[in-house]
Design a protein around this ligand. Structure first.
Ligand SMILES: *Cc1c(COP(=O)(O)O)cnc(C)c1O
Length: 217
């Protein structure tokens, strides 16, 4: 069996063990820079959720696949620029990276215009890293409130990407605490090195790339 398929099956099995009785944990295969040829066997094995970082790359990769695969679920997990919002709403089913008023406003406009209703998650910069997208934890509550009240958006959950080298449990539990405070149920957290721990802390979406595809150069 090819190595990607083997690793994919291992990840899927480990997620299933970590989730136990829970049925709300979804593996989002982080497929940036991975070609459709490599992904097709995973689709054949039933994988439907894929996470992409770039709107343009995702549009080119997935545009033709949709018609044959109505239950394909595409997740935007990389940063979103205002000028890509139209394309993003057209393509993605779940947007994990709502992180500032300008994007919330643009999404609201595009959702109203098209009638599409992508799932929306607010990204929280739990490590308060200056180079990283996301609202600061202390601002998260007010931002979610303004998404709802000012822009009429339905916010489904929160996303975080913990700083490299930090104890991830602190970030996962912080994200969960904020989610409880703002009343959302989806938690997008956990990647190749820590998805099982993220599930233990309540993750509903784990985004896994390297553990399946190996290191991308
Ligand atoms: C690439 C990526 C992942 C997957 O990370 P791995 O370490 O490859 O599992 C998850 N989330 C985001 C936002 C990513 O860009």
């Amino acid at each position: 069996m090819n190595q990607v398929i083997q690793r994919f099956c291992q990840v899927r099995e480990r997620i299933s063990v970590a989730a136990g009785e829970r049925t709300d944990v979804t593996l989002v295969v982080a497929s940036k820079m991975i070609s459709l040829d490599v992904l097709r066997p995973l689709i054949a094995l039933g994988q439907r959720d894929f996470g992409e970082n770039r709107v343009q790359e995702a549009a080119m990769k997935w545009a033709g696949v949709r018609t044959d695969l109505p239950d394909l679920t595409l997740h935007l997990i990389g940063p979103l620029q205002s000028n890509k919002v139209r394309q993003a709403v057209a393509l993605f089913d779940v947007i994990h990276v709502v992180d500032r008023p300008g994007i919330a406003e643009a999404l609201a406009g595009e959702i109203a215009r098209t009638g599409k209703k992508p799932g929306l998650l607010v990204q929280v910069n739990t490590g308060e890293e200056p180079q990283k997208a996301g609202v600061a934890p202390r601002d998260a509550k007010a931002f979610v409130a303004s998404c709802r009240e000012q822009y009429g958006l339905c916010i489904d959950g929160l996303t975080c990407i913990p700083p490299i080298g930090d104890e991830v449990a602190l970030h996962f539990s912080l994200l969960r605490k904020i989610a409880d405070e703002v009343g959302v149920s989806d938690l997008s957290m956990g990647m190749s090195d820590d998805y099982e721990k993220a599930i233990a802390y309540g993750a509903t979406y784990v985004r896994v790339g390297r553990a399946i595809f190996g290191e991308r150069c």
